[in-house]
Write a protein that binds this ligand. Structure first.
Ligand code: SAH
Length: 252
């Protein structure tokens, strides 16, 4: 079983940790409930703990108390599941559970970070869901074997984000998928070859306006198409991460 444990002991990978005597950590609160009630953890079970920052540990359940698990750490190691490509997903906030879905799938597909944007046609100004989105990111990472929990940033308006800096901040390139048309990804793959960090913007149910696509282009984003059919926003978000991961990351 995999459990989230944000505070693993020690520094970087320590393969010989067990030689230096037993090191234990405690699993509390929600993660304790998940281990006990959902996974039916038993003393002596093997566990994999991940810290959300890229490290994991092999351990054994040494004890189950009324409110916590005690896990004896056997070995600490790095993670091998992170993509060679760092994808920053910039999704317009979607209504209801569609945003939850996009976050869950984007984490499974290996994004490094998610920054929700409020665009001109965003139908919700929903920012209260941040904690929920972060929990979804953790659960998706836990499920798919990642040790890194992609951070979900607080939402910002599209305009602020693109006007503020010279985005893509820290990225080698950015792509905005626009239903109004743009370059094909195959053509762009030449120009983005070798990129290690790519930002990907996808619009809301009502789409991006031409002004928004123009502003992103002004800031160096490539305007790209996903083909002749108009996809639902959540389909487009998931597909675009998959295609970018395939072309430039570790899915190919
Ligand atoms: N309501 C709009 C469609 C919005 S689709 C309309 O009818 O025109 C939601 C988002 O998904 C878009 O803003 C875009 O980012 C992405 N998207 C959907 N289909 C696309 C396509 N064929 N090419 C590029 N982006 C697309």
């Amino acid at each position: 079983m995999r459990l989230y444990c944000p505070h693993l002991p020690g520094g970087p990978a320590q393969p010989g940790l067990a030689d230096r005597g037993p090191v234990s950590v405690e699993i509390l609160a929600e993660e304790f409930g998940y281990a006990k009630n959902v996974l039916r953890a038993r003393t002596g079970d093997g566990v994999l703990l991940f810290d959300g920052k890229g490290r994991q540990a092999r351990g054994v359940i040494a004890g189950i108390l009324p409110d916590r698990l005690v896990v004896r750490i056997v070995e600490i190691a790095g993670s091998m599941k992170e993509s060679t490509l760092s994808i920053l997903l910039l999704p317009a906030i979607l209504k209801g559970q569609k945003m939850d879905f996009v976050i869950q799938k984007a984490v499974e597909l290996g994004v490094a970070r998610i920054k929700p944007l409020i665009t001109g046609r965003t139908e919700v100004g929903e920012t209260r869901k941040l904690d929920r989105w972060r929990k979804i990111s953790m659960e998706a990472a836990r499920q798919c074997g990642r040790c890194l929990v992609p951070p979900v940033d607080g939402p910002e308006t599209f305009r602020r984000y693109f006007e503020a800096g010279p985005p893509p901040s820290g990225a080698d390139g950015g792509i905005i998928f626009w239903e109004g048309g743009g370059a094909g990804l195959k053509a762009l793959s030449e120009r983005l070859r070798g990129a290690k960090r790519i930002a990907v913007a996808v619009g809301p149910e009502g789409g991006f306006s031409a002004e928004e696509a123009g502003l992103a282009a002004e800031k160096g984003f490539y305007v790209a198409t996903l083909g002749p059919r108009i996809l639902r926003a959540e389909t487009a978000a998931i597909l675009s991460v998959g295609l970018v991961q395939f072309l430039f990351g570790d899915m190919g």
